[in-house]
Write a protein that binds this ligand. Structure first.
Ligand code: NAD
Length: 290
């Protein structure tokens, strides 16, 4: 039976420390860090993520601002809002909730965020700095994943790490962060041959795919650290037989937790840590701007 890496509890303790830190920062600099979150349209999942981010900002005591724009806002309209926030001295971090409606070019939007306010770490200059090993804002989900692995006390150096998924927001950056910590890293993906064999060699296994329960117990090396990034909404029979929605990860938790050494749950694992790292990044941007 494995040890649970409790992302919710770890997040709470980090946010409590940030609360004290923000009091000190305000006393020292005369203002608090401020996060601006922009949401376009009414996508229910995006709305729920944004609510979580604003709630976390309020919990830590930092300032936050929610900018809500209609689904049909023009690309130029959105870029104008970002330009305004870029110019505003009191705003330290700007996050545009993705995905955006199809008529808006996401790359143009990300590129328009001032690099010093890029709390998501998605700006190409930030990405380049990450891969060059220079000072940068580390993207929130990969940063949260590393924090969770390090919380176990398992030394990453020399370990075999397998990351399933190669997205720009999770798979690729988390692979680089593991490499920085001297793991031997494999990035597996949809065209990987014999994925089960590749995964089963991992001392550290990160699943960031978006396929419910695709990582089965036979893909987990006994004692491995398993990080489940996936957020999948599935329908299961409820108590009265009616279908109800349930959140599950990419890992078959019940079976894999019999084999793994450490494992993250879904929900309550990587999700809350992503939001907490966003708070850390906002504080980092604030400090960089002083
Ligand atoms: P994505 O959707 O951009 O890409 C999925 C990746 O999985 C691709 O690189 C693809 O090659 C790989 N893949 C697809 N099918 C595969 C298969 N059968 N075998 C092996 N690899 C396969 O991914 P993303 O944006 O990184 O999101 C992945 C999951 O993580 C989603 O469920 C998403 O909701 C979740 N997510 C969670 C958080 C969080 O904070 N918890 C943050 C970001 C993403």
């Amino acid at each position: 039976m494995s040890t649970l890496i409790d992302g919710k509890a770890l997040s709470l303790s980090l946010k409590e420390q940030m609360r004290d830190r923000i009091v000190e920062l305000e006393a020292k600099y005369g203002r608090k860090p401020c996060l601006a979150v922009i949401i376009v349209g009414d996508n229910p999942a995006s709305r729920s993520y944004v609510r979580g981010k604003i709630k976390a900002a309020e919990f830590t005591g930092m300032d936050s601002r929610l900018v809500e724009l209609p689904e049909d806002v023009s690309q130029d309209g959105l870029l104008d809002v970002i330009a305004g926030l870029n110019a505003e001295a009191a705003v330290d971090g700007i996050l545009v909730q993705l995905p955006l409606p199809k008529h808006i070019d996401e790359d143009k939007v990300i590129d328009s965020i001032a690099i010093e306010k890029d709390v998501d770490g998605f700006h190409p200059q930030n990405v380049a700095n990450l891969w060059l090993g220079r000072k940068c804002i580390v993207p929130c989900t990969p940063k949260g994943i590393i924090t969770m692995i390090e919380s176990t006390g398992v030394d990453i150096q020399g370990k075999k790490a397998v990351v399933i998924g190669r997205s720009n927001i999770v798979g690729k950056p988390v692979a680089k962060l593991l490499l920085d910590r001297n793991a031997t890293v494999t990035i597996a993906h949809s065209r990987t041959k014999d994925l089960a064999k590749v995964a089963a060699e991992a001392d550290i296994l990160v699943a960031a795919v978006g396929r419910p329960k695709m990582v089965t117990a036979d893909m987990v090396k006994p004692g491995a650290v398993v990080i489940d990034v996936g957020i999948n909404r599935i329908s299961v029979p409820g108590p009265d037989g009616e279908p109800v929605n349930k959140l599950v990860g990419d890992v078959d938790f019940d079976a894999a937790s019999q084999v793994a050494g450490y494992i993250t749950p879904v929900p309550g694992g990587v999700g809350p840590m992503t939001i907490t790292m966003l708070m850390e990044n906002t504080i980092e941007c604030f400090l960089n701007r002083q």
